[in-house]
Design a protein around this ligand. Sequence first.
Ligand code: AMP
Ligand code: MG
Length: 423
Amino acid sequence: MMNTINTQSSCADDNEQDTLSVEHALQSMLANISEQAASEKIHLTDAVDRTLADSITSSINVPSHRNSAVDGYAIFQADLPANGDIATLNIVGQVVAGHAYEGDIQQGQCIQIMTGAQMPLLTDTVIMQEHVEVHGNSIHIDDRHNPGQNVRQAGEDIQQGQVVLQAGIKLTPPQIGLIASLGISEVCVKTPLVAAVFSTGDEVLNIGETPRKGCIYDSNRYSLIAALKKIGCKVLDMGIIADDPDKLRDAFELASKHSHVIFTSGGVSVGEADYTKQVLSETGAINFWKVAMKPGRPVAFGKIGDSTFFGLPGNPVAVMVTFYQFALPCLQKMMGLTSPLIAPIIDAKCTHSIRKIAGRTEFQRGILSKGNGDEWEVCTTGQQGSGILRSMSDANSFIILEHNRSSISEGESVSVQPFSSLF
Ligand code: AMP
Ligand code: MG
């Protein structure tokens, strides 16, 4: 007879009980998040990467006047010569950018014009200076021209009254230029979210502290703060909170009073000293989830006061994976941002086999590159343990192995999510 003991389900099981799929967990989080409404007016030169709070409507035509697209000669299209003919036109004036030609011009005449200069009244076509022969005070042109050529029409870029940029976009350099072209110097943008970040655990040391036996330096707080700053959050660095219920309670209370969102790492699984979980349970508004994913299985989410709370796992890679997959879409919603923070998923050929069991989503760290052909290829960054942060820092993408998928053979197509410029 075989001896057995009663064990509990864990992340080592093929099919762990009571887990939530990644999609379900994210939907539940998003359903509990609302847009943060505050906005502020700032100067255009400070607005890059900020979220536009009010749509921008143009009060002018851009360009405001018909102008020449090249250096050349403004003419009447009726003066273009017939097939095989040459036309001779008298130069009766000159106009440079920033000025208008006020004199008269009649058929058979032309005005020398510079790029950007306003078209003289009734002229409608410009011949490039390289395409004419100049003889004293006149030009010769041949039949290789089209009526209306080389003229930029008033309002061809933007029309008066047109909505040029929609609220919710993250302003890019060309959009900043576009706003400037409308003569607008100030824009209304969303006020940054304030994120409080702290680490938990007696074993976690501040950088600069003398190493102690059995301790590790805090990396999670630094990677989280860097990621939050990168997306434009203001960060409150709350340091490391020891595994002590009173200290944790005080820290949560303080953070909730001064932030829109709180991030902690560690202490949300079933360890003996994981007081984070105990203290948070007292607030009543936190869910503790076992998400069917690897890495990142234990995640806590909910509210402390008015602040949204993310209790991320302790392992450094799990922190980054759960931040990317859960926190980023939630922060995007809170910021009222329509431009996606997360890159679209593409298909790539996996250059080697990967072992996987169905029943959870895996986020392996990948290096995506163009293969010998024109096809995208991906390989993992080697050892994939959730404590091996180098697997993440060497990577440029996640290889997403979907919930129901089992092992991958060499050459099979897999879903890859580039980090884009975030990580
Ligand atoms: P926990 O969920 O608190 O049991 O933590 C899981 C693992 O993550 C443990 O090995 C911790 O030492 C490690 N860990 C927790 N917090 C941090 C941190 N801030 N930086 C680096 N590793 C951490
Ligand atoms: Mg801990």
